[in-house]
Design a protein around this ligand. Structure first.
Ligand code: F6R
Length: 242
């Protein structure tokens, strides 16, 4: 794992955006695995800015998102579909038919997971997968457990994740309890992984996940076994490992 240190969130975002930008420039028809949450917002702002300056072209890019809440329609401003359109897709020239996100409104979990696994297989692999990390070490919505879940699956979100997400909803009851997520095997298949981490409150999990044992109790720890991971983190997030 290569570690690149940014001074702060802004610096981390620009450095990570540069890595994605280089991927798009060197492979215009690349498959980008994308994430939501607060960590990547700064990256998307940079990418939009460079697109507006004519430095980036998304016309041949395909995107595949990690996860989506089950039960939230696309129009709900807390759905990940809405988030991605708001921060990136509506602002660049990616083709709508090249955008892939799990369908949170499909009630039949088995059917939706099989469909998404097929999408991933048909794409022939993700070139660059962007990841954030949860306070409990989750990646995508792969929560701590007794075993690594392999492919796309429907998860019951943990209390810790529901708590972390409730700031985005009016009432705690509105926070979805389930989500569709790419599995660990699907994530590990990506050719390159770009992990971004910011803030003091993530310093503990950085130490546990990347300087401790590989265990499904800390799902992100599996990334220690991938041979092309770039961690771009700010000084606060790295404060316990230096
Ligand atoms: C979102 C996702 C999640 C987040 C993680 C960190 O698509 O996959 O695993 O990356 O929950 O979220 P933030 O960045 O909001 O701290």
């Amino acid at each position: 794992m290569r570690v690149i240190k940014g001074k702060d969130y802004k610096d981390m975002s620009r450095k990570a955006a540069n890595i994605i930008s280089a991927e798009i420039i060197t492979k215009p028809d690349c498959v980008l695995g994308l994430a939501t949450g607060s960590s990547p917002i700064g990256i998307y702002e940079n990418l939009v800015h460079w697109y507006e300056q004519d430095d980036l072209d998304f016309s041949q890019v395909t995107s595949v998102n990690l996860d989506e809440y089950k039960g939230l329609p696309k129009e709900n401003d807390q759905s990940y579909d809405y988030f991605m359109h708001e921060y990136l897709f509506n602002k660049v020239n990616i083709k709508p038919e090249n955008i892939n996100i799990p369908n949170g409104m499909e009630e039949d979990s088995e059917k939706e997971c099989a469909r998404y696994n097929q999408v991933l297989e048909d794409l022939g692999g993700v070139d660059l997968q962007l990841l954030g990390i949860g306070h409990n070490g989750h990646i995508g919505f792969n929560e701590p457990g007794e075993a690594f879940e392999k492919e796309t699956h429907c998860v019951d979100l943990t209390e810790s994740t529901i708590n972390a997400n409730k700031r985005f909803f009016e009432k705690e009851e509105d926070v979805p309890r389930q989500a569709y997520t790419m599995g660990i095997k699907s994530i590990m298949k990506a050719k390159k992984i770009l992990l971004i981490i910011s803030g003091k409150e993530k310093a503990g999990i950085v130490k546990e996940a990347f300087f401790g044992p590989v265990t499904p109790k800390v799902p992100a720890s599996i990334l220690q076994l991938h041979n092309d991971v770039i961690l771009v983190a700010d000084a606060d997030a790295l404060s316990e490992v230096e």
